[in-house]
Design a protein around this ligand. Structure first.
Ligand code: AHM
Ligand code: MG
Length: 352
């Protein structure tokens, strides 16, 4: 049963997700329940999730005070992508590293904000997982009070032993992800995650400081009616991409033109696509020849979630989850969302 406005039962007015929301199911309990069903599980994964969710709560608390807490603006530094580092990016990155590094669950981390893989300090044990993240996605939205997010992916370590992790532990394709998720700092703060077994959303109740299950088993509609793309790049796209966009917004053959929705923070744009259907795209262009978005900690985790919800993610011809990364900060074109919408764009690109 869906959330129902009290008194509106007879009219069947639903204001929430279609799946049941179990009162009081915390993120921790949800992850633990799954752990109990996994033979041989040691609890490492649950521990890592607790640390990520703690970091998410700390970041969300700071984000919600952004205008007050002297965190707006730039640090004056430039990150590995050549972009100015905002104070909140820096804060979010340090928070995640700090919350996770001492837990003993990961052997190495990768972050959008740090050029090299992040090693676990010598005094802490090294675990069997690899965590990669974009600590604050869509950071251009910080100063205008629009939604931003955190994206993360967890792999098992590949290198033998229990010493420090290697770069090769980070360079794993999305199909080998063990769990992925994102946190959206918006009108409410949500954490959405998947271990491949459904996609589940939790809303942070600030009164009790817990993420509570609010969107169980999210399924992305087969087809949507919106497209989400920075159309200001139109003249820089290859002709097949231009043809696809022109078709998407046309009424050719009696089709209903799609509406355009673009906030400029992938987490927020993707979250809408996940719940409502449609497509988010960041194609390659003459300026960003391999696309703009990063494979390991932006495209792959969201592709893992899209597929677990019944959607699809492609670089135009290949499944995102099958791309084997060669570099930590590798970029990729991305088309992600409803399966039929992604198939449409692949067809246009295949026609050349
Ligand atoms: P960021 O991780 O540095 O914030 O950059 C990634 C962001 C995405 O969230 C968003 O979809 C895209 O960059 C927006 O780019 P553009 O301003 O070129 O449309
Ligand atoms: Mg990003």
């Amino acid at each position: 049963m869906a959330f129902v406005i009290p008194g509106a039962m007879e009219e069947h007015i639903s204001v929430g997700p279609s799946a049941p929301a179990l009162v009081g199911t915390t993120l921790e309990r949800h992850v633990l329940d799954r752990l109990r069903r996994t033979p041989g599980a040691t609890g490492d994964f649950t521990g890592l999730f607790q640390q990520i969710s703690l970091a998410a709560k700390i970041i969300s608390s700071r984000v919600s005070k952004a205008g007050l807490a002297d965190v707006l603006g730039l640090t004056g530094e430039v990150n590995v992508q050549g972009e100015a580092v905002q104070k909140l990016d820096d804060f979010a990155n340090r928070t995640l590293v700090h919350c996770v590094e001492a837990g003993g669950h990961v052997c190495i981390m990768g972050s959008e904000e740090v050029e090299e893989p992040i090693q676990i300090p010598p005094q802490y044990p090294k675990g069997k997982y690899v965590l990669q993240f974009d600590p604050l996605d869509g950071s251009g939205n910080i100063d205008i009070n629009a939604s931003i997010g955190t994206i993360f992916a967890i792999h098992r370590r590949k290198s033998p032993g229990d010493g420090p992790g290697q770069l090769s532990d980070c360079l794993q394709p999305g199909r080998d992800i063990v769990a992925a998720g994102y946190v959206i700092y918006g009108s409410s703060n949500m954490l959405v995650y998947s271990t491949g077994d459904g996609v589940h959303g939790f809303t942070l109740d600030p009164a009790i400081g817990e993420f509570l299950l609010s969107h169980e088993n999210i399924r992305i509609p087969k087809r949507g009616d919106t497209y989400s793309i920075n159309e200001g790049n139109f003249t820089r796209w290859a002709p097949p991409v231009q043809r696809w966009v022109n078709w998407v917004k046309s009424d050719e053959g009696g089709r209903k033109p799609y509406s355009l929705r673009y906030i400029g923070a992938m987490v927020a744009d993707f979250h809408r696509v996940l719940l409502r259907g449609g497509i988010f795209a960041y194609p390659a262009d003459t300026k960003n020849k391999s696309g703009k978005l990063r494979l390991l900690y932006e495209a792959s985790p969201l592709a893992f979630i899209a597929e677990a919800a019944g959607g699809a993610a492609s670089d135009g011809s290949r499944r995102i989850l099958d791309i084997v990364p060669e570099k930590l900060h590798q970029r990729t074109p991305l088309f992600i969302g409803s399966a039929e919408d992604v198939a449409d764009v692949e067809r246009f690109l295949a026609q050349g």
